[in-house]
Structures are given as structure tokens and as C-alpha cells.
Design a protein around this ligand. Structure first.
Ligand SMILES: Nc1ncnc2c1ncn2[C@@H]1O[C@H](COP(=O)(O)OP(=O)(O)O)[C@@H](O)[C@H]1O
Ligand SMILES: [Mg+2]
Length: 405
């Protein structure tokens, strides 16, 4: 979201900026001082902004906030405008709304929660409008899900992950959706998806993503989870390294979530940073059981082509078609741990085959010298033969407790 603050009082602009970045740390915020820059001219790029906070009293003789509002709204593709009124003036607010303001807020409310609510509503409407106006976005045509308003498509593969507003309570949620179609392969995918949904619905654990609700509509099956604005571990790593304590904390939490899955006879099979989400700054949850395997089920539900994902976190037995058990997740978690400590995955190569080869034959490269105390741990997690790894995740957890941070 790109904000523009139009106000002649620097302290007021400062306050608005501060409040917006408290809630929307990634927002772009620009200021316009009418006293210094005068009346914005006819070529002012209003369409570069999503939300304008517009003061009524601009400190200008020629024009007040209401008149400027009319000018802004006279443009093609205007931003949303929240009128900032000096005093609790309902008449002014009403006049602003008549002239096209999207909302108003009294100056003294900048420090209250009403400010966040008012701006959040504008952000939401703006996001919905933006995605609605994107070219070729008949794409949302597929996503008519009663009770939800789609805001964005987050990822699209076998299933589609959508960010939506749950209309009943305005909650920001993620819907993972499997379209139901004809044909055997679709039947297999649907079966797989329903398995994912049921594993998650049956399992309540602090470190496994929680299903809020699920349903079947005319052309799809979906489940909803809470939207986690901090994103996944892969995104987190793009913004810089984690500390050793964070790395150990993340691995311990994923191990704890995996223990719960394994106790139910489920192997995740796709542990990697993209599938580890930040619930809050310190808490992570395991997501995406899209290729999880229920070991008790006779039907293997293995689909051709499913190993075509990223090879960096896959165990040798996954490449070699040998039986998979919980120790395969131990290996993948080992690759994640290695990456958290070293800043790069243990085995890289120029081709899929080269990476596979290294998983099979190469020793685990040494961690940076100052982290050598973790070398035996990652080597045991990343042992080529499952029987040489930790026997279960609680053994790993016990070991981690013993290693100095
Ligand atoms: N609840 C959520 N909150 C925020 N982002 C999410 C959430 N669920 C999924 N995502 C994002 O969407 C991506 C894809 O979701 P995922 O369940 O892994 O499906 P896929 O099978 O497409 O990999 C994740 O890597 C993550 O970045
Ligand atoms: Mg995923």
C-alpha cells in the first residue's frame, strides 16, 4: 500500500506516519506539505497512491481540503481518500463523504484504535479493488466461494492458495482450494487433498497449522487457515540470516510438530522453508501436507511427478524410491537446519541430478567454524542411511537441549 499524507503541520504528518507504519510496516508513505509545495497541480500523479490522508485545513488561501478532495476524485483511477477533520465536526465529515471521501477520521483519533480500524478498512477495500481491476482477472471467476471475498492468489499449482476476507467477521484467511473435475488423475488429486484436510482437521498442535473451517462447494473442496502476514521461512531467509538461537528454536518447533504427525502415522515428506510458516515472530507452524503419506493406508497415493519439486530437502530414499518413514522428515529437517546455520542448503548443484547425486554420496560440508558444535547434529540428521539418523525427533530434541547456543 502506498500512502500519501497531505497536511501542513509537520507534527501531524509525523504522527500519521508513525501510526501507519506501526500497523503496516511495509507500506510506502509519502508526505505532501501544502504550505511548502502549494496546491498540487493538474499533473500530480494521484494514481501512484492507494490511500490519501487529507487534512481539511491545508493552511492555504486558495483551497481547502474539501476542494482538493473534489480535484483528487475528479481524476481517473483516484486513490482512496480519508478526510482528517480538525475538530469533531460531523457536518464537515458529511460534506466530505458527499464529495467522494471514502471515510473520515478526527485528528485526535489518530492515537486511538479507531484510526487503525478506519485505515484497515480502506486498505482492505483498496486491495480488493486492485485485484478486481487487474487485467485478465476473470481468474477470480473460478473462486466464487460463499462466505469469502478473494483478495489475492498466493500460489497456484495442483491446489490454489488464495488470500480471502471471511465476510462474516472480516477475518483475513488463507483458503487452500482443490478444484473438482473429471478424470482419474483428478480423482487421485482430490483424494490426496481430502487426506491433507483430514490430517489437519484431526490434529491440533501448537506447531501444525490449524484448520479454521472446511467445506465442499459445487466445484471445489477447500479449507481455511488463519492468514499469517509474516509469511513462510523461505521469505524470512530472504531478508537475512537468523541467529543460532532462532535456528534452534525453529528446528525444535518443527520437530515437535512432526512428532505429533508421526505419532499419527503420518509422514510429511515435504519439509522445507516454504512449508514452515511464522504464526508470530517466534512461533512457527508446519503447513502443506499436500504430499503427506498416511503409513497405515494401503493406497500409497503416490502420484507420478511429485518428486519434481525442489530436491534440496529430499532424503536419498525419496529419490531412490525406497520405503519412506518418519526418518525421511528427519533428513529434510536436517537440510533446513543446515541452511539456517550455514546460510545455504548442504547440497547444491547445477542440475537436479547433481543435487540428487550429492544427497546420495557427498559428505555433509562443514559448517562455519564457530558453529562446529552443531556438525555432529546435522550429520546425524543428514545421514544417508535412515538407520544412522536419530531414531526419533525426541532424541534430536534432547540432543539440541544439550548443545550450547
Ligand atoms: N495461512 C497462511 N498464511 C500466510 N501464507 C500462507 C498460508 N498458507 C500458505 N501460505 C503461503 O502460500 C504458500 C503455498 O501454500 P502451501 O500450503 O504450501 O501450498 P502448495 O501446495 O501450493 O505449496 C506457502 O509457501 C506460504 O508462503
Ligand atoms: Mg508448499
Amino acid at each position: 500500500m502506498r500512502f500519501l499524507l497531505i497536511d501542513d503541520v509537520p507534527s501531524q504528518r509525523w504522527l500519521l506516519r508513525k501510526r501507519i507504519s506501526q500497523k503496516w510496516p511495509d507500506a510506502g508513505i509519502e508526505e505532501y506539505d501544502p504550505e511548502k509545495s502549494g496546491v498540487p497541480g493538474p499533473t500530480f500523479p494521484w494514481h501512484d497512491y492507494d490511500i490519501v490522508l487529507l487534512d481539511y485545513d491545508l493552511g492555504l488561501d486558495q483551497i481547502n481540503g474539501l476542494e482538493l478532495l473534489s480535484r483528487i476524485k475528479g481524476n481517473a483511477n483516484p486513490p482512496m481518500v480519508i478526510m482528517v477533520t480538525g475538530q469533531n465536526d460531523e457536518n464537515l465529515a458529511a460534506a466530505a463523504i458527499r464529495k467522494g471521501a471514502d471515510n473520515y477520521i478526527a485528528k485526535y483519533d489518530a492515537v486511538t484504535n479507531l484510526f487503525f480500524e478506519t485505515v484497515a478498512e480502506a486498505v482492505k477495500l483498496r486491495e480488493a479493488a486492485l485485484s478486481a481491476s487487474k487485467p485478465g482477472r476473470g481468474e477470480f471467476g473460478n473462486w466464487e466461494i460463499p462466505g469469502f471475498r478473494p483478495l489475492a492468489i498466493i500460489s497456484k499449482g495442483v491446489t490454489t492458495t488464495l488470500r480471502c476476507e471471511r465476510i462474516a467477521d472480516h477475518k483475513d484467511v488463507i483458503l487452500k482450494v482443490q478444484l473438482v473435475g473429471k478424470g482419474d488423475s483428478n480423482q487421485a488429486l482430490l483424494q490426496r487433498f481430502i487426506l491433507e484436510l483430514n490430517i489437519l482437521a484431526d490434529l491440533k498442535h501448537a506447531h501444525v497449522i490449524e484448520i479454521l473451517e472446511h467445506d465442499v462447494t459445487q466445484n471445489m473442496v477447500y479449507y481455511a487457515t488463519e492468514f499469517m502476514p509474516r509469511g513462510d521461512l523461505a521469505m524470512r531467509l530472504k531478508s537475512g540470516p537468523v541467529t543460532v538461537a532462532e535456528a534452534v528454536g525453529i528446528v525444535a518447533q518443527v520437530a515437535s510438530g512432526l512428532t505429533a504427525l508421526h505419532a499419527k502415522g503420518i509422514v510429511h515428506r515435504d519439509i522445507k522453508p516454504n512449508n514452515i510458516l511464522f504464526k508470530d515472530e517466534k512461533t512457527v507452524v508446519i503447513a502443506d501436507l499436500g504430499i503427506a503419506k498416511d503409513l497405515s493406508s494401503l493406497d500409497a497415493l503416490t502420484l507420478v511427478g511429485e518428486i519434481l519439486g525442489t530436491p534440496y530437502y529430499m532424503s536419498p530414499e525419496q529419490f531412490n524410491g525406497r520405503p519412506i518413514d518418519p526418518r525421511s522428515d528427519m533428513y529434510s529437517l536436517g537440510a533446513v537446519f543446515y541452511q539456517l546455520l550455514a546460510g545455504t542448503v548442504p547440497f547444491v548443484g547445477n542440475s537436479f541430478m547433481e543435487v540428487v547425486y550429492k544427497h546420495n554420496y557427498d559428505p555433509v560440508p562443514p559448517l562455519p567454524a564457530e558453529l562446529s558444535r552443531f556438525q555432529p547434529v546435522v550429520e546425524k540428521m543428514l545421514a544417508k542411511a535412515p538407520e544412522q539418523r536419530y531414531s526419533d525427533l525426541s532424541e534430536l530434541l534432547a540432543t539440541l537441549i544439550g548443545v550450547r547456543m
